[in-house]
Design a binder for this molecule. Structure first.
Ligand code: MG
Ligand code: MG
Ligand code: MG
Length: 308
């Protein structure tokens, strides 16, 4: 049995891609494949699974040399279980920059395309294989595209993502606006979440210019709720750096409606890097970034340039 999973701190694309690609492997390749996640689901993803009547994939906390695995929505070893290198990697399906660091003893199938969402690639693969997607799988794949593109407003969005979303909406019989409203409301609900939870909910670790940095974002329709926690978030970022050995933690509150971000600055180091990256100044510990919504296409390239 093949284990299909995405990155740590699973998001909607990673979770729905694992489900959809396990379905694809089963139906296009007649393989036995099961989806997994590497951690707790966020509220948006839980909403989406409930909406399409899908059970949550089981959580995987370790892999061994006996496991055959397929990776979706990441190619970054820093986003995987420490035991990942033990497993037999068969395939990667992803839409992120190639970071390197994964090596295999045998050839593997890699499908990486410059689209906004992994399920867009899976939609293309299913089409190429002349497969008919079931309604619920199509709904999950549509939700992933809405999530990764912030309903087609992110600069990562391509015509292929839009075509995939339209086709998936038709198959699943779902109204895109209604689905997006429900997802964004679920995502924006911060009740019961500690500042430290917000820092890791949608978060990736990169090594840029020799510095290990965590880049977290909180996509929300209610940025004021998160910004009201600025002091607690700054304390949580300092604690995280002290306990994890990270050089920096960047926390971006992304306003989905206004298409803008506010960076909450953790310390002088992050302030210096941010000012160099975005050519803006920090006021009261915050940097306003109109038009910035994408970690992949806007934030990481800017930080990488400043740190290299
Ligand atoms: Mg993802
Ligand atoms: Mg993705
Ligand atoms: Mg995302």
């Amino acid at each position: 049995m093949i284990k299909v999973f995405g990155h740590l701190n699973p998001d909607t694309d990673t979770t729905c891609s694992a489900i959809a690609f396990a379905w694809y492997l089963t139906n296009a390749k007649q393989l036995s494949a099961t989806p997994y996640v590497l951690g707790d689901l966020n509220k948006e993803t839980a909403y989406v699974l409930e909406k399409f009547g899908h059970i949550a994939p089981a959580t995987l906390s370790e892999v061994t040399a006996d496991d055959s695995v397929v990776l979706v929505d990441t190619n970054n070893p820093e986003e995987l279980l420490p035991s990942f290198a033990e497993a037999k990697l068969l395939e990667i399906v992803d839409h992120h920059k190639l970071v390197g660091g994964i090596s295999t003893p045998e050839p593997v199938t890699i499908t990486m395309r410059t689209v906004a969402c992994t399920t867009t690639i899976i939609w293309q693969l299913a089409k190429e294989a002349n497969l008919t997607l079931p309604n619920d799988i199509a709904g999950l794949m549509l939700a992933a595209i809405i999530s990764d593109t912030l309903k087609f407003t992110s600069p990562t969005t391509t015509d292929v993502d839009k075509a995939a979303a339209q086709a998936l909406a038709e198959i699943s019989g779902v109204n895109v606006d209604e689905l997006a409203d429900g997802m964004f409301a679920a995502k924006s609900d911060l009740t019961g979440m500690a500042p430290a939870d917000l820092l890791t909910m949608d978060s990736k670790v990169f090594t840029l210019g020799g510095k290990q940095i965590r880049v977290s974002s909180l996509e929300t329709t209610k940025p004021a709720n998160a910004l009201a926690m600025q002091t607690e978030l700054v304390t949580a970022m300092a604690d995280m750096k002290a306990s994890s050995g990270l050089d920096a933690v960047f926390f971006f509150v992304v306003d989905i409606i206004a298409s803008s971000a506010t960076l909450i600055v953790a310390s002088d180091f992050e302030r210096e890097v941010a000012e160099k990256s975005f050519e803006k100044t920090v006021t009261n510990g915050l940097m306003e970034l109109p038009g910035v919504v994408s970690r992949k296409k806007q934030i990481i390239p800017a930080l990488e340039k400043a740190l290299s």
